[in-house]
Ligand binder design. Structure first.
Ligand code: B1N
Length: 790
């Protein structure tokens, strides 16, 4: 594919799809014309893949997820299709700034954090590996809110990615299902007839997801909610315009906005309706596709593998039983077995507040037939295991984790440590009954986006050194290891890192008016704000370090830039106060003439996928400092190691496996282990004892209390201080000294620039195992029983 053809197609789309001539084209027009020209090139392999799957009547994977945190698609598609050079040349010939065109695309932020981003990496890997499959989710009109800071406080604004045309999707008016809620259930022989009281239409929007080198493409099918009838004409004719539109608004509300909470159970009726809406529409589509190829629904598990991304689509269990039993007359026991053989469930968290429970009364009102079937599923479980104390319905709540476990043939955790904790904590009793059901599939990240796209400099060096096979076989990065002894390679590796840092510093300069020294260590913590992730541990250490620098200005300090990024759920008060504190501390420290040559704090607002793509390649140090036992896996940790940052971290989630892969000598470990944290909490004075034992921590808390970072306001951080001094469930205080000391080891290591770079290069060379291609191959073999089609 050459630049001339691409250019001609861009001009054709500009004229015929966008109705513009080149002289009047805006940046948006150029970007959209390029998008459509690239999309045209996705369609042929997409059709070929779909036809091959139909022809072979292959088994397909269906990945059901409330969230797909995709980010931008244009650059990724250009890379996957091998069009980078052609696109660059075409843009130059049209006098367009290619980087600006790519940056004009809004992020598709249909997710909160790791869980949604994992789903997006999985789509990429499934297409790269030729695993036939579909992602199913919701086409939210508004994705994750936009964050800004007003006097250091987080302010949320609605995000509006669909204000512009979404260039990648195909609307499918013919693929629409009516989805009901409420109503009543009547007996109909052995089965039952559910007559919903209200209904909406789920309409499909398809986005092709192209794999590496364009060899395969799958479909991401997102459902948008629409009213069954457009509006109430009679009301309109009587002049009641608002009333006439009310029906439409109520229906569209279902796909209006992404819930911005991760890790809390919001318990809202609208959330339950969203979950049922997309799950029911997806199941109807899956069963329809099956029935077009096969007649006997008992064979469903041999042709469809449905993965539940956490419990959000857990209603798939009872809904599939309802379809098989009520609508297709399969005996109930057989329907339950068939559904179980089709479904499997991934658990992403053990935090009790994130384990979904729905009040029985709400479930019975919104989904009356499903509530009955949940009771039948529970009866079946109880008659099979009369001694088991496990209940799906307990204390007036339906527990979606138990339901998912019982209705899935495999349950997986997302890192080795987390899967072990799943076995020994939340699902210990169910694990004893079903010892083969819980398995581990450690998460991964796609190297196409997180190395090739985000870090072109390092990618070029890797390709020059070991050729390009690593992009689809990331473990080949191990071939870099011998080159770590080669001064030429190491100089090039260091140059790539430094150039990434200069670029980031320039971006900080224009976007946030604060460029930073590229020779300082870039120390980065980017992730959602949550007490368990302990951004407050990091900022307390920053305060202690600043104090130490002021007290000993001649101690030969290692220059550092502390970089933060991330959003807090709008209702999570403590997390928002931690954000405020970081911004306040930044203001004071950055203005200090004594320390500013060594220490800066930068916190750009509105962290998202595109910002991660800028920050990660420029990082020297990756902060993975959660309370051990709380971060199920983490995936940012993998992206940093891959891009040659060293980790400072606890033995939590996938950190454990990262340390095993890269070598303990190339990882900065601190803090208590998960069992030590549990033991520590047995002492109700653990925080007080830790503060007493640590003059530095005590002094840092005191500075906050005195209002040093809040213009003398000694009340502003009362809640944080009280929590740390009295309660500190996340053991910030107990881990503080260990973290502080470890950071000083980091300082010393960074001063030996050559040795640091060798450790960084070994992190890159040994992170290949964290490719999501490896994860997906694991799911295909151990959960889905599917073979690659290419
Ligand atoms: O899932 C990621 C993991 O890498 C992270 O460690 C984990 O925290 C994250 C309720 C969640 N767990 N649970 C959620 C998201 C949305 C929501 O409404 C919970 N996210 C995770 C991928 O495995």
């Amino acid at each position: 594919m050459n630049a001339t053809d691409l250019r001609a197609d861009i001009l054709k789309h500009l004229e015929f799809s966008l109705g513009k001539d080149l002289a009047h084209a805006t940046l948006y027009d150029i970007r959209m014309a390029l998008t459509l020209a690239v999309r045209d090139r996705v369609v042929t392999p997409w059709f070929a893949a779909t036809r091959a799957t139909y022809a072979a009547k292959s088994k397909r994977v269906y990945y059901l997820s409330m969230e797909f945190l995709i980010g931008r698609l244009l650059e990724d598609a250009i890379h996957n299709l091998g069009l980078m050079q052609a696109a660059q040349e075409a843009m130059t010939s049209l006098d367009a700034d290619f980087a600006a065109v790519l940056a004009d695309e809004p992020d598709a932020a249909l997710g909160n954090g790791g869980l949604g981003r994992l789903a997006a990496c999985f789509l990429d890997s499934m297409s790269t590996l030729g695993c036939p499959g579909y992602g199913y989710g919701i086409r939210y009109e508004h994705g994750l809110f936009r964050q800004s800071f007003h006097e250091g406080r987080q302010v949320e604004e609605a995000e509006n990615w669909l204000r512009q045309r979404h260039g990648w999707e195909f609307e499918r008016p013919e693929a629409a299902f009516q989805i009901g809620f409420g109503g009543s259930v009547s007996e109909a022989g052995k089965t039952a007839l559910w007559t919903p009281g209200e209904a909406v239409i789920a309409k499909a929007y398809d986005t092709p997801t192209i794999g590496w080198q364009g060899k395969w493409a799958n479909t991401l099918r997102l459902w948008g909610a629409e009213p069954v009838r457009a509006f109430d004409l009679a009301a309109f004719n009587q002049g009641d315009y608002a009333g006439a539109a009310g029906l439409e608004a109520a229906a569209r509300t279902i796909s209006r906005v992404l819930y911005p909470d991760d890790t809390t159970d919001t318990g809202k009726e609208l959330r339950l309706k969203q979950e049922f809406f997309f799950t029911a529409a997806s199941l109807r589509d899956i069963v329809r596709r099956f029935q077009a190829e096969h007649s006997d629904l008992r064979a469903l598990p041999t042709k469809a593998a449905i993965q539940l991304n956490d419990t959000h689509p857990a209603i798939a269990g009872p809904e599939l039983v309802r379809i098989l039993h009520d609508e297709n007359d399969m005996p109930l026991d057989e329907a339950i077995l068939t559904a179980r053989a089709t479904l499997s469930y991934t658990n992403h968290t053990l935090l009790p507040e994130a384990l979904e429970r729905w009040p029985e009364a709400l479930m019975a009102r919104v989904l009356p037939r499903h509530m009955q079937l949940i009771e039948r599923i529970e009866d079946t479980h109880r008659s099979a295991y009369p001694k088991s104390a496990v209940r799906i319905v307990e204390g007036g709540d339906v527990k979606m984790g138990e339901l998912s476990f019982i209705m899935g043939h495999k349950v997986n955790g997302v890192s080795a440590l987390h899967s072990d904790l799943v076995k020994t904590t939340v699902f210990a009793e169910l694990h004893a009954l079903h010892p083969d059901r819980i398995i581990n599939q450690t998460n991964g990240v796609t190297p196409r986006r997180w190395m090739l796209g985000a870090n072109p400099r390092l990618s070029a060096l890797i390709t020059d050194t070991i050729s390009s096979g690593w992009v689809a076989d990331l473990e080949r990065l191990r071939e870099l290891e011998p080159h770590v002894a080669d001064a030429g390679f190491m100089a090039a590796f260091a140059d790539a890192k430094r150039a990434n840092k200069v670029e980031l510093s320039n971006w900080f300069g224009h976007e946030h008016g604060q460029s930073v020294d590229p020779d300082a260590m870039y120390d980065v913590q980017i992730k959602r704000f949550h007490e368990y992730k302990r951004q407050h541990l990091n900022i307390l250490e920053t305060i202690a370090l600043w104090t130490e620098m002021r007290d000993n200005p001649n101690a030969g300090w290692t220059p550092r830039v502390k970089i933060f990024g991330g959003k807090a759920a709008p209702g999570y008060v403590m997390a928002k106060e931690i954000i405020h504190l970081i911004n306040d501390v930044a203001t004071v420290i950055n203005a200090d003439p004594v320390t500013s040559q060594w220490l800066k704090v930068v916190y750009p607002p509105n962290y998202n996928v595109s910002m991660a793509e800028k920050l990660i390649p420029a990082a020297d140090l990756s902060e993975q400092i959660s309370t051990a036992g709380k971060e199920a896996s983490g995936t940012g940790n993998m992206k940093f190691a891959l891009n040659g940052a060293l980790t400072i971290g606890t033995l939590d989630g996938a950190n454990v496996e990262i340390r095993e892969q890269v070598g303990a000598e190339n990882f900065f470990l601190f803090g208590m282990t998960a069992p030590e944290v549990v033991a520590c909490r047995e002492n109700p004075e653990h925080q007080a004892d830790a503060i007493k034992a640590s003059p530095r921590l005590k002094a840092a808390l005191k500075l906050i209390e005195k209002g040093i970072f809040s213009d003398g306001d000694d009340k502003r951080y009362k809640a944080i201080l009280k929590n740390l001094r009295k309660h500190d469930y996340f053991t910030v205080c107990a881990d503080f000294d260990s973290y502080y000391d470890c950071q000083r080891q980091v300082d010393a290591a960074y001063r030996d620039a050559d040795q640091w770079m060798r450790m960084a290069a070994l992190n890159t060379a040994r992170s290949g195992w964290f490719s999501s291609d490896r994860t997906i191959l694991g799911y295909m073999a151990d959960v889905w029983d599917i073979k690659p089609m290419i």
